[in-house]
Write a protein that binds this ligand. Structure first.
Ligand code: GLN
Length: 536
């Protein structure tokens, strides 16, 4: 029987529920359990695909093309197991389904209400991944903070589900903040007591408290938390600030979070977790023998969470190269023809980021012209790839108004065009080219040297594509298409022949980089940046 762990958050948002959930899952997986994690978000958007990255950070895309919360990226990076549409559910999706059922007459004349209809649908979704019996344990993270009006139906669903599942089949972990008051020189337990009281008002008694803190929890503080929140003292877990999120599984292991959870679920904790590979990765991450500086040129740089998977991809690739990767986030709008050399000359490699809309386009083109002419390693992702095509069109092929149809629908040279299947689409949500598509790589190219094979699959999220009418012209001038979609002929990778490293993909490789499998494009790009640094 599948067992369920629910993770709630108290006191404030941004405590890192996703990291705690992923760390616990990692430990359980390392003990031999089959685990997955799902996230329930209380906002009304059907999915985060329509959200500006400034709202909740990056939109993470799964193999099956779901646009999801960035926490799913952490789950995949930690567990190295793909997630899917079923792993992220929002209030919007719940209501959409219930309302559709109502229109179809499925409720047989009943008044449709939050309880039981909305909570029933939440419970159904919470157990969907359990139906296949594929997992021993399903961890469900509830977005938001306990006490928020919008998360109430989710907490109520957890209460009901725990009762339905019966004793020892579920547990609730409450992630909370134990703030340090510098003036008093003390850690404070009161906010946690209050947030647990709020949970209790809704009928949910947490089994384990994970306490985010800047200072070690003394035995006295642990006892106080245990006593006032009705939990065993072993179930008070310290989660102290870590230098990297990848330390958290080991910190949780030290605090016995996995053991305590397994005991409560009446599951065996005999197998010690096998964390050999994880520790190897951490060893390399923490003991770099060199350092490179990479510029990330993008339009959402004020919020690094907007580029979460890219940042993590660099961490994985850095560890593989035993090299510290220092990423400088450069606002695309600030890069001008005049200052580009100044801004990029100290950089060992430059990445131009994904994005939407015209803002910052010129800055990206300036950056690409600079790296192309100065042999600086370049890596373009999605819009970054499209920009490299526009830049090459304008400055090498002399197509002065070369542009993407997205930026200028009237250009006489739409080198990046709207995809055929996108032409009649009017809805914005979930309608891009999304998820995994095959790509065939040409032998003898840099892409082939990087991947070491001809058949790959990568994840997508875009509406525009390389315009194949221009392909001959580009290839004759030295920008070649080294990867294609075998069914449609869409260009998936472009690269420059006469450049040490100039590779750009229409897909998002960052979404598939994990601790166990750092992405080859990131690994090779970091290696190229390192070689560039050494040659200077
Ligand atoms: N805006 C571009 C498109 O829709 C690129 C998207 C992206 O970078 N994810 O094709």
């Amino acid at each position: 029987m599948t067992k369920y762990i629910f993770v709630t958050g108290g006191v404030t948002s941004s405590l890192g529920k996703g990291i705690i959930a992923a760390s616990l899952a990692k430990l359980l997986q390392a003990r031999g359990y089959k685990v997955t994690i799902q996230k329930f978000d209380p906002y009304i958007n059907i999915d985060p695909g329509t959200l500006n990255p400034y709202e909740h950070g990056e939109c993470y895309v799964t193999e099956d093309g779901a646009e999801t919360d960035l926490d799913l990226g952490h789950y995949e990076r930690f567990l190295n197991v793909p997630t899917s549409q079923a792993n992220n559910v929002t209030t919007g999706r719940i209501y959409q389904h219930v309302i559709q059922q109502e229109r179809e007459g499925a409720y047989l004349g009943k008044t449709v209400q939050v309880i039981p209809h909305i909570t029933d649908e939440i419970k159904r979704r919470m157990q969907l991944l359990g139906e296949s019996n594929e997992y021993d344990i399903i961890i469900t993270e509830l977005g938001g903070t306990v006490g928020d009006i919008e998360s109430l139906p989710f907490v109520e669903a957890v209460r009901q589900l725990r009762w339905e599942l019966g004793a020892n089949n579920s547990l609730v972990i409450h992630l909370t903040l134990v703030p340090y008051l510098a003036a008093a020189g003390e850690l404070k337990t009161k906010p946690t007591q209050h947030s647990v009281k709020t949970l209790l008002e809704y009928g949910v008694q947490p089994d384990i408290l994970v306490c985010r803190t800047e200072h070690k929890l003394s035995q006295e503080i642990r006892k106080k938390l245990a006593q006032f929140c009705n939990v065993n003292i072993n179930a008070v877990v310290e989660s102290i600030d870590a230098s990297t999120i990848y330390d958290v599984p080991l910190l949780m292991l030290k605090e016995n979070l996995d053991k305590t959870a397994l005991t409560k679920l009446k599951l065996s904790n005999k197998n010690e977790p096998d964390l050999e590979n994880w520790k190897n990765f951490l060893g390399k991450l923490k003991n770099p023998t060199s350092e490179v500086c990479i510029a990330l040129v993008g339009k959402y740089v004020e919020l690094p969470d907007a580029y979460k998977s890219i940042t993590e991809g660099f961490i994985h690739a850095g560890a593989t190269n035993e090299c510290k990767v220092k990423v400088s986030y450069i606002a695309a709008e600030s890069v001008t023809k005049e200052n580009v050399a100044e801004k990029l000359k100290g950089m060992d490699g430059v990445l131009v980021a994904p994005g939407f809309g015209e803002r910052g386009l010129d800055g990206k083109l300036n950056a690409i012209k600079y790296v192309r002419e100065n042999n600086t390693p370049f890596f373009g992702i999605c819009l970054g790839m499209q920009c490299s095509v526009i830049e090459f069109g304008r400055n090498v092929l002399g197509l002065k108004d070369a542009n993407s149809f997205e930026m200028d629908a009237n250009t006489s040279n739409p080198v990046i065009n709207l995809m055929e299947e996108q032409k009649n689409i009017t809805d914005m949500g979930g309608t891009m080219r999304l998820g995994a598509y095959d790509c065939e790589i040409k032998k003898g190219t840099k892409a082939f040297a990087i991947y070491g094979k001809t058949k790959i699959s990568e994840r997508h999220r875009h509406r525009y594509e390389f315009n194949n009418d221009y392909l001959k012209q580009y290839e004759a001038a030295g920008m070649i298409a080294s990867g294609f979609n075998p069914e449609t002929g869409l260009v998936e990778i472009v690269e420059l022949k006469n450049h040490p490293f100039f590779v750009a993909g229409q897909f998002h490789p960052e979404l598939k980089s994990t601790v166990a499998n750092p992405h080859p494009l990131f690994v090779s790009f970091v290696a190229a940046a390192l070689a560039n640094k050494k040659s200077k």
